[in-house]
Design a protein around this ligand. Structure first.
Ligand SMILES: C[C@@H](C(=O)O)C(=O)SCCNC(=O)CCNC(=O)[C@H](O)C(C)(C)COP(=O)(O)OP(=O)(O)OC[C@H]1O[C@@H](n2cnc3c(N)ncnc32)[C@H](O)[C@@H]1OP(=O)(O)O
Ligand SMILES: [Co+2]
Length: 134
């Protein structure tokens, strides 16, 4: 059901410093910051030859990443995003197998303009999973 790895997301305490580090120290192609108010985050995408890295920083008062950053003040890997062909079929299969779909259970439009859903980390070995329909 899952296909390619779309991105690995890293929550960071300083978006500008992390972006500069990826651009200058690691020599990666770093895009400008994008505010995603529907998701409570500002994101910076880093393009690698085989996947993307998504730097995440809280946006607004109820950011879903604030608790994670409070627990991990120097940052950390926050989620991985797998591509799926049919997000509603994937959601229904996962729910029928007991996985918890976060939020309302309805896909939101993600940073790439495509539908996304999140699965509870406690149901997947401590790893928060994002599904993106491509
Ligand atoms: C723009 C878009 C895109 O790419 O298109 C994005 O990625 S938006 C990316 C941001 N959006 C999201 O993350 C949306 C989905 N996320 C959420 O709904 C939330 O972040 C939750 C995953 C439910 C966690 O919420 P919150 O931190 O408030 O809950 P909590 O403190 O009660 O956490 C419950 C337990 O899960 C753990 N926990 C929390 N976040 C975790 C994470 N990212 N990875 C692994 N474990 C995690 C906590 O340590 C705790 O474990 P213990 O009980 O053992 O201490
Ligand atoms: Co993401």
């Amino acid at each position: 059901m899952i296909g390619r790895l779309n991105h690995v997301a890293i929550a960071v305490p300083d978006l500008e410093a992390a972006s500069a580090q990826y651009a200058n120290t690691l020599g990666a192609k770093v895009n400008p910051p994008q505010d995603e108010p529907d998701h409570g985050v500002t994101v910076v995408f880093i393009e690698l030859p085989n996947t993307k890295i998504e730097l995440l920083y809280p946006l607004g008062e109820n950011s879903p990443i604030q608790g994670f950053l409070d627990k991990n003040p120097s940052g950390g890997i926050h989620h991985i995003c797998y591509e799926v062909d049919d997000i509603l079929a994937a959601r229904d299969k996962l729910k029928s197998e007991g996985a918890r779909v976060l939020g309302t259970g309805e896909p939101k439009i993600g940073a790439h303009g495509k539908p996304v859903l999140f699965l509870h980390p406690k149901d997947f070995n401590g790893c928060l999973i994002e599904l993106e329909q491509v």
